[in-house]
Write a protein that binds this ligand. Sequence first.
Ligand code: NI
Length: 226
Amino acid sequence: MLISIPDVLTAEQVQRGRALLDRAQWVDGKVTAGHQSARAKDNMQLPEDSPEARELGQMIVGALHRNPLFITAALPLQVFPPLFNRYTGGQSFGNHVDNAIRQIPGTPHRIRTDLSATLFFTGPDEYDGGELLVEDTYGVHKVKLPAGHMVLYPSTSLHNVRPVTRGARICSFFWIQSMIRDDGERTLLFDLDAGIQQISATQPDHPAAVQLTAVYHNLLRRWSEM
Ligand code: NI
């Protein structure tokens, strides 16, 4: 399931982010690429230990944990500390799949990348090109969102970023290990949750609301891993 999550950050948070990102020291994006994706990757990135990346990363993770749509869609177990990239002057990222396992910098911990996230810091009118193209069995999805919005998609998907031919595309990107490893199971839980919320809003006393909520939790108990 590919899903857009609007307004993960407020306009003020985006503005604060842009100010920090404008004055940060950017380096060649190949530093965090795997062997195969390094060949396809042409962009700039903030070093993982840069103070700007750390401050903004904490702001993003805090915002995600307060976002109900993110929680129900991702069922997150662990969020990788957000990274930041910038594409200008024709830069692009060719088709690739993200590494399955990533070490959390400065720790012995690793996460399995179940979901990939891109959070936009620049708006669609600030650059040409730069669309994120994500392939799944239903075809290719083209993503270019307003600043502060985020897309979440299964890390199993092949994806690429089209060349940026004008302006700059600045985003945060990171991965999530979900309590539910399988995208199909996670999507079923998301759809079930949406149905429960509808019943609860329109007919809160309907006995089916309790029954379906029990099914939701019992599936979560059956499928989740921690
Ligand atoms: Ni990628």
